[in-house]
Design a protein around this ligand. Structure first.
Ligand code: ADP
Ligand code: MG
Length: 205
């Protein structure tokens, strides 16, 4: 369980969370839904330990390995699509195995022919797919996905959702899936958390 307790987060004068609480079950896919600007990315960044907060406690993230599909695909600009996935794996596997896994996930997201392209040679959607491949390939405990399928065409999105659910069935890791698309959330998730944050209120259903 990831427990967020009594969280307060502000950016200068902007109060994003106040006395915010959320319990996220282990081993399940939980969806975080909410309109643009309500604090979804902020929440993931806090859970991943990437940004600070004023008050509160987060339990259940200690010693956990995260993979994170950022809303703004953070690829290494000096690495090819292949290298972006491969370098995330090389400290964990033998070189040949890392290569095989990287190729497998790049094929899965339909980038087999673009493995040797650099990020600046790829479209926004393709960069996003590299980021998806990298996150799926990395053997994390917790997968954070921030609107990972935004801008994908419907067919690719539905294929990736199916593939994702198959991958997930095998390892059943804890997944936090952020979206503003109720349909995507319903396809993927089991638990739904709606953030309506001005008041830092979370409704669980
Ligand atoms: P969401 O992901 O739900 O669209 P964000 O978490 O990105 O929302 O942002 C929540 C609010 O905080 C927004 O009003 C946004 O403009 C603001 N915000 C986000 N990041 C920063 C930052 N680094 N500095 C100042 N304000 C920020
Ligand atoms: Mg966001």
């Amino acid at each position: 369980m990831i427990e967020i307790m009594d969280l307060t987060k502000r950016y200068d004068d902007l109060l994003v969370f106040e006395a915010f609480n959320l319990s996220i079950p282990d081993g399940e896919i939980s969806c975080i839904l909410g309109p643009s600007g309500c604090g979804k990315s902020t929440l993931l960044n806090i859970i991943a330990g990437l940004i600070t907060y004023e008050k509160g406690e987060i339990i259940g993230v200690e010693h956990k390995k995260f993979s994170y599909i950022f809303q703004d695909t953070r690829l290494l600009p000096w690495g090819t699509a292949f290298e972006n996935v491969f370098f995330a794996l090389i400290s964990l596997y033998h070189k040949d195995e890392a290569k095989e896994i990287a190729n497998y996930y790049l094929d899965l997201v339909g980038l087999g022919e673009y493995k040797n392209y650099y990020p600046n040679q790829l479209s926004g959607g393709m960069k996003q797919r590299v980021s998806v491949a990298r996150a799926f390939a990395y053997p994390s405990d917790i997968l954070l996905m921030d609107e990972p399928f935004k801008g994908f065409d419907l067919e690719l999105k539905n294929n990736l959702i199916d593939e994702f659910l198959k991958i997930w069935e095998e390892n059943q890791k804890t997944v936090l899936f952020v979206t503003h698309d109720l349909e995507d959330a319903q396809k993927i998730g089991k638990n739904f958390f709606t953030i309506m944050t001005e008041m830092g209120l979370s409704i669980q259903n």
